[in-house]
Ligand binder design. Structure first.
Ligand code: ADP
Ligand code: MG
Length: 707
C-alpha cells in the first residue's frame, strides 16, 4: 500500500483531531486508505428535486431533496426540551422542519421568505410531512457549488458519529481525502495486470475507487461495483484455493481399493429399497475419492428425507471391507440411537460389529464400545460428540461421517481427526442446504456432493399458516388426521434467553392439548431437552411404535427423527424460528406414502421478515430455495455492510447471496494465478498478496480446513 494511503485521517481537511478520534472509535477508520476503502452503501440522486406532493409513506426514512421557501419559524418548550419548528412550502404543499438541538446555530441561518435546498429523511404523521434535523442550504449557494457527482454516496454511520459528521460532511471529507491521492499516480497500485483487466473487461482500481465514491454515471457506478467486488472475492478465493492446494499436497489418503463382502452382501441381499439415482451417484463419488490416494473432505448436501443415512452406511461398509474402522457422529442422543437401531439391523448377517457411545451410555455399553474400538473388534461406532472424548481410541479409524454438520462447532469436528496419524476420509452430511455461493466460500476447499432427488412415492408436504385465533380449526384438523390413524407433532420454540418462559409455553401447551384431546381416545406424550435421557427415549419410542398420537416437543426433534406414520407437524410461534429450522422441522413429516401437512401457528403481529419467512415456507418445499432466501433476508436491511460478518469472511462490498457469477469467475482466476505462483511470492504479485491477506486475519474461523 502506498505511503499516502497510510497517512492518518486527521490531516485530511475537514477532519482534525476530534473527528479523527471519533472516526476511529466509531467506524474503525484511521488512515486515508481506510476512509477510501469504505464504500457508500447507498446513493441518492442529488440532481433530483422532489415536490412535497411526491412524498408518501413509501419514502419514509429514505433521503429526499426539496426546494422550498421558509414561511414560518416558531419555538416550543423550554431548556432541554426546546425545539424549533420551521414551516416550508413549495408549489405543491407544505411541510415542517424540526430541530431539537443546535437550535442557536440553525436559527441564524434560516430566514423567512428565503428559498432553500433541503435534504433529509421525511416522516409522515397524520398526513403531514416533517423532516427532523435536515441539511439546509440557500438555493443560490447550493446551485453555485460545483458538485463532483450527481450521485451522493451515503456512508454507514453510527448515532454518535452522525451527530458530528452529517451525510454531507462525510461526503466532503471523502472528497478531500480523494483530492490528496488524486494527483498521485502511484497511490493505487492495481493488483490486476492490464492484460487481465482487458481480458475480463474490468476498469482500473483507481477509476473504480473514484466512481464508487463519486459516480460519474449510473453505468460507471455499476462498473466500479463490479470491479471492487471482483477484487474482494478474488482475495477470498486466493485464500481458499491456496489452502486447498496445500491440503492436497500435505495429506495422503487411505486407500480403500476393495469392494468387498460386506458391501456386496448388503447390496445384493439386504438393501430394503432400490437406491435413487442420486444416492447411487453420490456413493460412486465417495468411492472415487477413496481410491484416489488423496484424503477425502466431502460435504454431502441432501434435503431432509433424501436418504443420506443409507449413503453413510454403505460408504462405511467400503471402509470396513478394507480393514478400517468407521464412525458416525450425530448431533443428538435421539438421532444417534435411531442410527444405531437402523444400522444394527442393516448389519445383521454381514459379519460386522456395530457399537454405540453417547453421553448417556451406561457403564456396560460404554465399556463394550471403548474396548471394542480400541481392540479393533468393533467395525462401526455410532455416537454423539462423546466420540471426541480423549478416551475414545480407535485401532485404525479410516472414515468419519458427521451427520447434520451444522450442529457441531468447528473445533469439535477438528478434534476427531487428530485421533489418527493420517487423517481419515471425512464425509460431512447436512440437510441445511447451503447456497452455492456460500458453500464455495465457506467450504471452498471441500468437494461437494448433492442428493437432489427424493425417494419415489413421496407426496409434497402441504404447508399452511394459521393465526392463533384459528386454533380451534387447527384442532379440528388434527382430530381428522388422528381419526385416520396418523400421528402428530406439536413443536414449541426454545430460545435460550427465555428458556424458562419457553418451557412454560410448552407445559401450558401440553395441558391444553391434554384437555382438548382427552384420554382414552387420544394419547399425548412429551419430549424436551430438560428430560432425562431415558425419559426422552421412552417418549420417542412410544411415539415411534404408534402408542402415542401426539408428540409435544421442543426442537430437540429437529433433526433426523424418522417416524413415517406422522403426517402433521404443527409449529407453535413459528415466527420465532429461523427458516432453516422451520424447514428441518417440516422434514419430520412427509416420510411415508401419505399426504402430510405442516401448520405454522403465529401471533397476529408479525415483523416483515417473520411474515416473509412464513410465506416462503408456504410457497416452497425446496430447501435450496429457502436457504437462498434466508441469506437474502438476513442480509437485507443491514446498512453497516456487515451482513456476512458472522461468517468466515468479512465482506465489504460483495454479497454472497447475489454475486454468484463473480464468485465463480474469481475462483477460476484464482486457480490460474496460483498455478503460476503458488504462494504469490513473485514481485509482480505483491498487490495480489495484499488482496489475499486481507482475509488472513480471520483465519482462526476456518470452516474449510477441517482436516
Ligand atoms: P435424511 O437424508 O433426512 O437423513 P433418511 O436417511 O433419514 O433421510 O431417509 C428418510 C427415509 O427415507 C427413511 O425412512 C429411509 O429409510 C427412506 N429411504 C431412503 N432412501 C430410500 C430409497 N432409495 N427409497 C425409498 N426409501 C428410502
Ligand atoms: Mg438424517
Amino acid at each position: 500500500m502506498s505511503e499516502i494511503l497510510k497517512r492518518e485521517i486527521k490531516y485530511v481537511s475537514g477532519v482534525g483531531e476530534v473527528r479523527a478520534r471519533l472516526l476511529e472509535r466509531e467506524v474503525g477508520v484511521r488512515t486515508v486508505g481506510d476512509l477510501l476503502m469504505r464504500f457508500p452503501y447507498r446513493y441518492i440522486d442529488r440532481t433530483r428535486i422532489f415536490r412535497l406532493s411526491d412524498i408518501d409513506e413509501s419514502m419514509e426514512s429514505t433521503y429526499v431533496q426539496l426546494r422550498c421557501r421558509v414561511v414560518g419559524k416558531s419555538f416550543m418548550g423550554e431548556g432541554a426540551k426546546r425545539r424549533m419548528i420551521v414551516e416550508i412550502t413549495d408549489p405543491t404543499g407544505t411541510a415542517e422542519l424540526l430541530w431539537f438541538h443546535g437550535i442557536k446555530w440553525i436559527e441564524k441561518r434560516v430566514e423567512l421568505q428565503r428559498e432553500y435546498i433541503i435534504f433529509g429523511r421525511p416522516t409522515i404523521f397524520k398526513g403531514r410531512v416533517s423532516l427532523v434535523h435536515p441539511e439546509i442550504e440557500p438555493v443560490e449557494q447550493a446551485l453555485s457549488r460545483k458538485i463532483e457527482s450527481g450521485f451522493q454516496g451515503i456512508y454507514s454511520t453510527t448515532e454518535k458519529l452522525s451527530q458530528t459528521i452529517t451525510v454531507k460532511a462525510m461526503h466532503t471529507i471523502v472528497y478531500n481525502a480523494w483530492q490528496l491521492v488524486a494527483g498521485n499516480a502511484s497511490a493505487f497500485v492495481d493488483p490486476l495486470s492490464d492484460a487481465m483487466r482487458r481480458r475480463l473487461g474490468l476498469i482500473s482500481l483507481r477509476e473504480a475507487i473514484y466512481n464508487i465514491h463519486f459516480p460519474q454515471s449510473a453505468e460507471m457506478l455499476k462498473q466500479a461495483q463490479y470491479r471492487l467486488k471482483f477484487d474482494e472475492l478474488l482475495g477470498v478465493q486466493l485464500t481458499i484455493q491456496a489452502r486447498r492446494n496445500s491440503r492436497h499436497k500435505r495429506a495422503g489418503g487411505f486407500l480403500f481399493p476393495r469392494v468387498g463382502e460386506a458391501f456386496n452382501t448388503f447390496y445384493k441381499t439386504k438393501l430394503p429399497f432400490a437406491l435413487t439415482g442420486a444416492q447411487q451417484r453420490v456413493i460412486k463419488e465417495i468411492r472415487a475419492d477413496m481410491v484416489s490416494g488423496r484424503q477425502m473432505n466431502r460435504l454431502l448436501q441432501g434435503d431432509v428425507g433424501s436418504g443420506k443415512t443409507m449413503v453413510a452406511f454403505m460408504s462405511m461398509l467400503l471402509a470396513v471391507d478394507n480393514g478400517y474402522q468407521a464412525c458416525i457422529m450425530a448431533p443428538t442422543e435421539i438421532l444417534a440411537r435411531q442410527h444405531y437401531a437402523s444400522m444394527s439391523r442393516f448389519a445383521e448377517g454381514l459379519n460386522i460389529r456395530v457399537a454405540i457411545l453417547t453421553g448417556a451410555s451406561k457403564a456396560k455399553e460404554r465399556r463394550t464400545a471403548l474396548e471394542g474400538i480400541a481392540s479393533g473388534e468393533v467395525d462401526i461406532l455410532i455416537g454423539t460428540h462423546a466420540l471426541i472424548e480423549d478416551r475414545v481410541q480407535f485401532a485404525n479409524l479410516g472414515y468419519v461421517v458427521i451427520d447434520e454438520q451444522h450442529r457441531f462447532g468447528v473445533e469439535q469436528r477438528a478434534k476427531l481427526w487428530t485421533k489418527n496419524q493420517q487423517p481419515p476420509h471425512i464425509l460431512v452430511m447436512t440437510a441445511t442446504p447451503i447456497p452455492r455461493t456460500l458453500a464455495m466460500t465457506l467450504y471452498g476447499d471441500l468437494e461437494v456432493s448433492v442428493i437432489d432427488e427424493l425417494p419415489p412415492g413421496r407426496k409434497p408436504i402441504r404447508t399452511y399458516h394459521y393465526f392463533d385465533s384459528a386454533r380451534l380449526r387447527m384442532f379440528g384438523f388434527l382430530r381428522q388426521e388422528i381419526a385416520k390413524g396418523r400421528q402428530v407433532y406439536i413443536v414449541y420454540p426454545l430460545i435460550k434467553e427465555s428458556e424458562k418462559m419457553d418451557y412454560k409455553d410448552l407445559e401450558d401447551g401440553f395441558e391444553s392439548i391434554s384437555r382438548d384431546f382427552p384420554l382414552p381416545k387420544y394419547r399425548t406424550t412429551v419430549c424436551h431437552g430438560k428430560m432425562k435421557s431415558e425419559d426422552k427415549d421412552a417418549a420417542m419410542s412410544q411415539f415411534k411404535r404408534g402408542e402415542a398420537d401426539i408428540l409435544i416437543a421442543t426442537s430437540v426433534i429437529e433433526v433426523g427423527v424418522d417416524v413415517p406414520n406422522a403426517t402433521v407437524m404443527v409449529i407453535e410461534s413459528a415466527e420465532r424460528f429461523g427458516l432453516s429450522q422451520l424447514h428441518q422441522l417440516r422434514g419430520r413429516v412427509g416420510r411415508g406414502g401419505e399426504q402430510s401437512y405442516c401448520i405454522l401457528m403465529s401471533g397476529d403481529k408479525l415483523s416483515k421478515d417473520g411474515r416473509a419467512r412464513l410465506e416462503a415456507m408456504c410457497a416452497t418445499n425446496d430447501g435450496f430455495e429457502l436457504s437462498e432466501l434466508d441469506l437474502k433476508l438476513r442480509g437485507a436491511g443491514d446498512i453497516h455492510g456487515t451482513q456476512q460478518s458472522g461468517e468466515a469472511f468479512e465482506l465489504n462490498i460483495a454479497n454472497l447471496a447475489t454475486d454468484t457469477q463473480i464468485m465463480e469467475l474469481t475462483r477460476n482466476e484464482a486457480l490460474a494465478i496460483l498455478e503460476q505462483d503458488a504462494d504469490l511470492s513473485r514481485p509482480e504479485n505483491i498487490s495480489l498478496r495484499e488482496l489475499r491477506d486481507r482475509h488472513k486475519r480471520r483465519e482462526h474461523i476456518d470452516f474449510s480446513d477441517i482436516s
